[in-house]
Design a protein around this ligand. Structure first.
Ligand code: AMP
Length: 449
């Protein structure tokens, strides 16, 4: 994962010496933007709302100040009741966070417990019995242990809710509310989320007290490198357009984004009818089903993965040649996260966005955020000239476009009806010269006009 850092130094953050030494051993030279922005406020005890995804260094952004605060203020009651609680949606993430706490806290005497379901209770109970300072937990198992009185939460000084959007997507909201109610009101609270839908903002109102807000996107340079294009299409033609686009020979590994879980399933179903192998990952799938789908996608056994925003969080798959926004996200931040899944490790990637009449406003917001105009592809078989004609750019004051002016491909232009096949085979290539065909389906002529 690309790691952006700042020119500030860790020394300036005034973290204690044992923590600075641990950070040095990790060869971190400078804080990442989220660490630079968040740590000073967290050390002052402020609440924080962090908009960031995995890969930005957000774990250290909360773990370092927590370790500092706990070690500088020893507990009056020993470590019998934990003082810091980190809630995460999945056991994988819990393990990752626990490793980070161990690494950053290696020169400190703080103890931690890892609490998640699907494994025996006994070892977790034993660890808690010995006394811990920090608990890293998934919500369900934490509540179990609390109700069985193996854990007290009345001494919690710091509470972190990580990947809050994914938590909500996985149905953890009632559990989270229960856990909040079990902890003292005067705790310091942090909430991290890659996106900030209304539901999260509502939650922050009850959960956070006058929070500092910090927000980081994947490095802008990543987004600039991506060849971004928009295809105007009537909603009812999106399925056919997708099938058509996926015939393109340059598409080796495509990640398709749908707005809802139901939508993702429907895309997979339609593609399988068209004999295109695809899998979906979203919040309604079990952890093991998601892991399996991801594994197959990584290994190249499935060329198409359909995901919702939340399920794709932290997804780090090399070689995604194309990101396809089957539906545009209603938040520009999500667009940046989505397209950042391609063009990794110096590769050139392509992001194609299907935009129907109802999504033009989203496109405008996206262009404002990325500060560039997305090129139009207008010679595909389902091009809608009527949508293209009414396009207003997010850049400049109300600038109108016709599809062909800004780098779009020429030709076609239609009323939304499929056009004539011009036998185009590598329309969406970002890497000239390399020809790869999908092996799993019968060849057909498609992306064309
Ligand atoms: P995270 O976003 O917390 O999952 O972190 C992503 C990766 O960035 C992890 O492998 C961290 O070890 C690494 N990392 C965190 N902070 C820094 C830093 N300041 N400099 C370099 N790498 C870092």
């Amino acid at each position: 994962m690309l790691m952006e850092s700042t020119t500030a130094s860790f020394d300036a953050l005034n973290l204690s010496d044992p923590i600075c030494r641990a950070v040095q051993s990790e060869k971190y030279t400078n804080p990442t933007p989220i660490q630079h922005q968040a740590i000073p406020h967290l050390l002052q005890g402020r609440d924080l709302l962090g908009c960031a995804q995995t890969g930005t260094g957000k774990t250290a952004a909360f773990a370092l100040p927590i370790l500092h605060l706990l070690s500088e203020n020893p507990s009056a009651s020993g470590s019998k009741s934990p003082r810091a609680l980190v809630l995460t949606p999945t056991r994988e993430l819990a393990l990752q966070i626990s490793d980070s706490f161990r690494v950053y806290g290696r020169h400190l005497k703080l103890k931690q417990a890892l609490v998640f379901g699907g494994v025996s209770l006994k070892p977790q109970i034993n660890t808690l019995k010995r006394g811990v300072d920090i608990v890293i937990a998934t919500p369900g198992r934490l509540i179990d242990l609390y109700q069985q009185r193996h854990l007290r939460l009345d001494n919690i000084k710091v509470l972190v809710l990580d990947e809050a959007d994914r938590m909500l997507d996985m149905g953890f909201l009632p559990d989270i509310k229960k856990i909040y109610a079990m902890t003292p009101k005067d705790r310091q609270s942090m909430l991290f989320s890659a996106t900030l839908p209304d539901e999260i903002l509502r939650l922050t109102k009850n959960f956070l007290n006058d929070p500092v807000r910090v927000s980081v996107n994947p490095p802008a340079s990543t987004v600039e490198k991506i060849d971004q294009r928009v295809l105007f299409v009537d909603r009812e033609n999106k399925g056919a357009l997708l099938e058509s686009v996926l015939q393109d020979e340059s598409i080796e590994k495509a990640l398709i984004f749908a707005r809802t879980k139901h939508g993702a399933n429907k895309i997979v179903k339609n593609l399988s009818r068209a004999r295109i192998k695809a899998d979906a990952i979203h919040g309604n799938k079990s952890q093991s089903a998601r892991m399996e789908a991801l594994q197959k996608f990584r290994a190249g056994k499935v060329q198409v993965l359909v995901a919702t925003d939340i399920a794709s969080r932290g997804l780090d798959v090399d070689g995604i040649t194309h990101v396809i926004n089957y539906e545009l996200p209603n938040e520009a931040e999500s667009y940046v996260h989505r397209v950042g899944r391609t063009a990794r490790a110096g590769a050139v990637g392509v992001a194609l966005s299907f935009c129907d009449a109802g999504e033009k406003g989203y496109l405008r917001q996206i262009e404002k955020t990325i500060n560039r105009v997305v090129n139009v592809v207008d010679d595909h078989p389902y091009h809608s000239e009527s949508i293209a004609a009414k396009r207003v750019s997010g850049i400049g004051a109300g600038k109108k476009f016709n599809g062909r002016r800004n780098g779009g491909h020429s030709a076609a232009g239609s009323s939304g009806k499929p056009g004539k096949n011009q036998n185009r085979k590598k329309f969406f290539s970002a890497k000239p010269g390399k020809r790869t065909r999908f092996k799993s389906r019968t060849p057909r002529t498609a992306v064309s006009a």
